[in-house]
Write a new protein. Structure first.
Length: 254
């Protein structure tokens, strides 16, 4: 179903974790990917593993100048731009009362302002090419009030809202904008939480387990390709049912 042949996609924060899995999915679908990240060694290694269809550039998503460089590189090198995955992000693990104003601002700057600059900068290139698809990685924390996520949750709710504004404003340019809301997924970001793969290891989600990066990447690839051509402004929860409601066990004890 996922055919990305001929498509050129930029993925931010693609050195590792969900972004790296999404880059793999783009290449598996026949597309070309420009991975960007502040982690230069990891980013270059991830691109090298994917072969000729993947390139890497250092990119801080909070820098407008970096965004211009990255998008110009994609268009100059590959001749076009079809997709952008705004995936780069950092987490919070503090109670609201303990989170510093400085950290809150930093999280919002990367997770939300970085996405805003990306949409704004990419729109001009996508418009010039006749359209495209922007996929913004929000979170389950952008669908509900998750504890210990003050700056993070606020930024992810912002990404969800910004995606809808992008969807309605950019539809006339044939640019689709959707958000993906991963649940707890095993990546370097969540490693400190101590979660493990395997059935029953995450009873908070109805499916009872955490997600694998590839399971999130499959949704991203679907939204990038033409199989989702009638979807814009949608929010896709890929969370094992975590935000659908309480588990039967939590509700009934059974
Ligand atoms: P990760 O930490 O493995 O990857 C995030 C990447 O973003 C890193 O490579 C990091 O270097 C990069 N990054 C950070 N700041 C950057 C900046 N200023 N400019 C460019 N790159 C920067 O985490 P992940 O779990 O793969 O997360 C990817 C996305 O998925 C994030 O937006 C995260 O909030 C979201 N998400 C993750 C989970 C999860 O459970 N892992 C759940 C919901 C949402």
């Amino acid at each position: 179903m996922v055919d990305l042949s001929g498509k050129v996609v930029v993925i931010t924060g693609g050195a590792r974790g969900l972004g790296a899995a999404a880059a793999q999915a783009v290449v598996d679908g026949g597309g070309t990917v420009l991975i960007t990240d502040v982690l230069e060694e990891e980013g270059a290694a991830t691109a090298a593993k994917l072969g000729d269809a993947a390139h890497f550039l250092r990119h801080d998503v909070t820098s407008e100048a970096d965004w211009e460089t990255v998008l110009a590189y994609a268009v100059d090198t590959f001749g076009r731009l079809d997709g952008l995955v705004n995936n780069a992000g950092i987490a919070t693990g503090q109670f609201l009362e303990h989170e510093s104003v400085e950290h809150f601002r930093r999280v919002v700057e990367i997770n939300l302002v970085g996405v805003f600059i990306g949409i704004k900068a990419a729109a001009a290139h996508l418009r010039a090419g006749g359209g495209g698809s922007i996929v913004n990685i929000s979170s389950a924390a952008g669908l509900t009030g998750l504890p210990l996520t003050a700056g993070y949750g606020a930024s992810k709710w912002g990404v969800r809202g910004l995606s809808k504004i992008g969807a309605v404003e950019l539809a006339e340019a044939r640019i689709r904008v959707n958000s993906v809301h991963p649940g707890m997924t095993l990546t370097p970001m969540t490693a400190p939480v101590g979660i493990q793969a395997g059935e029953g290891n995450f009873p908070g989600a109805p499916l009872g387990r955490v997600g694998a990066p590839e399971e999130i990447a499959a949704a991203v690839a679907f939204l990038l390709c033409d199989a989702s051509s009638y979807m814009t402004g949608a929010e896709l929860a890929v969370d094992g049912g975590w935000t659908a409601g309480p588990t039967v066990r939590a509700l009934t004890g059974r």
